[in-house]
Design a protein around this ligand. Structure first.
Ligand SMILES: [Zn+2]
Length: 408
């Protein structure tokens, strides 16, 4: 977020002309459900490759009809197109998916009414010789764009190493609140569904609570894009992008666990965001902590809501079906077997509940007291924590039991 805003301010204030190393992806609309991307290469033609990056992340490609000067460009292997040096005008199409049929977690470009979401990772393969990459949006009926464009309707793409980049076209700004260092914005695809969203103030209370146990950066900005989908298709997953979190809400009536489930997804992701400045952790540790604190935070957002308990029970129940421990599963995943990934959320939640109970019994302290130290724990190559028992001041017996039950 910060990097991008700074780049935009820099471009706007210094008013520099785009240098020749800049690649401009021009976005136009060809029909109601199709966008066209074109890149003018006439000033610096060179042989290069156009590469779709979503494949390694399991994201479906929405890149169709890659053409150069009217001729089809050869796809030399899946998701890689060979660009001839003679290419002057490169273009391709993005068929937009129907918003209410596509899970946010799939990170696809979608359309829903006048709202559109442009997902860079599914729709904008990138030129290997591009340095600065700019998306220029000239669509007739687009009035608002997030993130903000500059005076020429352009957005500079963040580094490819950053989180996925999403551009919202015509979102409805439902609500925006700021409290000290935290700001929270709700964007919605369809104005008529505003009542389906959680109360933004409750959401903010939970963020503030999370921030008391895990200090974030100076300014933490949470922008949520709420995307409607049939409740039968809902999943407990969103997609955290560079500037915005994509998450679904049910657009055809009530949902099991109600708004609790919506809050849970956003608070789980908020924990990841607050934890971003701490060292990387193995997946099992990062996901289990985000789940544990996501569940704790919904109780702050809506205290004593029976849906909170119901959701917790559901997680616990699902966790029971995994016989392997979390570190064992972490190792399997590293070797390519992702079949038990869900255990990180469910069994992982049960692990931290067990640790919290042990701490309360033996020391009268909660897990929160040790959280910052836990976030700095070192792990071996398999994901086994190296000195967790010492950090938590637990007896060998207690720790061994927890380790046997949950980790190994
Ligand atoms: Zn997560």
């Amino acid at each position: 977020m910060n990097k991008l805003s700074l780049t935009l301010i820099f471009l706007a204030s210094s008013n520099i002309a785009y240098a020749s190393s800049q690649t401009i992806y021009q976005i136009e609309q060809t029909s109601s459900h199709t966008l066209n991307v074109s890149v003018d290469r006439s000033k610096h033609p060179a042989e290069t490759e156009l590469v779709f990056r979503g494949a390694s992340m399991g994201i479906a490609s929405q890149v169709k009809n890659v053409m150069c000067d009217g001729l089809a460009v050869e796809e030399i292997k899946s998701g890689v197109w060979q660009m001839p040096a003679t290419c002057q005008k490169l273009q391709w199409q993005i068929p937009l998916r129907k918003g209410d049929k596509e899970l946010a977690a799939n990170q696809q470009s979608i359309k829903s009414g006048s709202f559109m979401l442009l997902s860079v990772v599914s729709s904008l393969p990138q030129l290997q010789d591009a340095e600065t990459e700019i998306v220029n949006i000239t669509l007739p009926n687009v009035k608002t764009i997030f993130p903000k464009t500059d005076a020429t309707n352009s957005i500079v793409l963040p580094s490819r190493a950053n989180a996925p980049f999403f551009i919202l076209l015509n979102p409805v700004v439902v609500d925006s609140i700021t409290s000290e260092n935290i700001s929270l914005n709700y964007f919605l695809d369809r104005p008529e569904f505003a009542t389906e969203l959680p109360a933004i103030h409750s959401h903010m209370n939970a963020l503030k609570w999370l921030n008391t146990i895990i200090p974030g950066r100076k300014n933490e900005n949470f922008s949520i894009a709420w995307l409607g989908i049939a409740k039968e298709k809902m999943a407990l997953a969103g997609a955290a992008g560079e500037d915005v979190l994509l998450t679904n809400y049910p657009n055809n009536g009530g949902l099991k666990f109600g708004k609790t489930m919506l809050l849970y997804v956003t608070l789980h992701e908020a924990f990841h965001q607050f934890a971003m400045q701490y060292p990387d952790q193995p997946s099992w540790a990062a996901e289990s902590l985000a789940t544990y604190y996501g569940i704790r935070a919904i109780e702050i957002a809506s205290p004593n809501d029976p849906d909170n308990i119901a959701l917790l029970q559901r997680f616990k129940q699902d966790g029971n079906r995994f016989h392997d421990g979390l570190v064992t599963i972490n190792r399997k995943i590293k070797n390519g077997d992702r079949s038990e990934y869900l255990a990180f959320y469910t069994k992982g939640l049960a692990f931290w509940i067990a640790v919290d109970e042990a701490l309360q019994q033996t020391q009268g302290k909660r897990l929160d007291y040790y959280l910052l130290k836990i976030l700095q724990t070192k792990y071996d190559a398999d994901g086994e924590p190296i000195n967790m028992q010492n950090i938590l001041h637990l007896s060998s017996e207690k720790w061994l039991l927890i380790q046997q039950n949950f980790l190994n």
